[in-house]
Design a protein around this ligand. Structure first.
Ligand SMILES: C[C@H](O)[C@H](O)[C@H]1CNC2=NC(N)=NC(=O)C2=N1
Length: 138
């Protein structure tokens, strides 16, 4: 792994660090960039949360991402609860951020748009779900 000074990214061995930094910058969450990804605390991955209005849209998005993963042989670290999906892209061998991670982050952004991504609060959260089936139910 090599750290790039300007962005402090830990880059997977064999990658062009400067070219990667240029691709990562617009994806990052900052006033200047408007991206939605954040570097992981260890600076070797990109992470962000996606929300959809329904679970059906959520699993449609996850299925589309999973299909692409099979094609490009690159796999996410991800978790899902109902309509919220959090994805981290990092390369395990050689450890660090790689072009494949950036490809997949871009693919996720595009695919989320196609599946009607919504902002936090517009999707059915577990809180809503709990109210419907839990607190109010007899
Ligand atoms: C042989 C196979 O292509 C490799 O093991 C791939 C599979 N998917 C992978 N996914 C991720 N995220 N990192 C890897 O290093 C990786 N390696």
């Amino acid at each position: 792994m090599r750290a790039i000074d300007e962005l402090s990214i830990s880059v997977s061995k064999g990658e062009d660090a400067k070219a990667l930094a240029e691709r990562v910058t617009p994806l990052l969450q900052s006033e200047a960039n408007g991206g939605k990804w954040q570097l992981t605390p260890t600076s070797d991955g990109l992470t962000r949360t996606f929300r959809f209005k329904t679970f059906k849209k959520t699993w449609g998005f996850m299925t589309a991402v999973a299909e692409r993963c099979g094609e490009v042989r690159h796999h996410p670290e991800w978790s899902n609860v109902f309509t919220k999906t959090t994805i981290t892209w990092t390369t395990h061998a050689p450890r660090g951020l790689s072009g494949k991670d950036v490809d997949m982050a871009e693919f996720c952004d595009e695919t989320a748009r196609e599946f009607g991504e919504v902002e936090e609060g517009e999707s059915k959260g577990c809180g809503d779900f709990g109210k419907e089936v839990g607190a109010g139910a007899k």
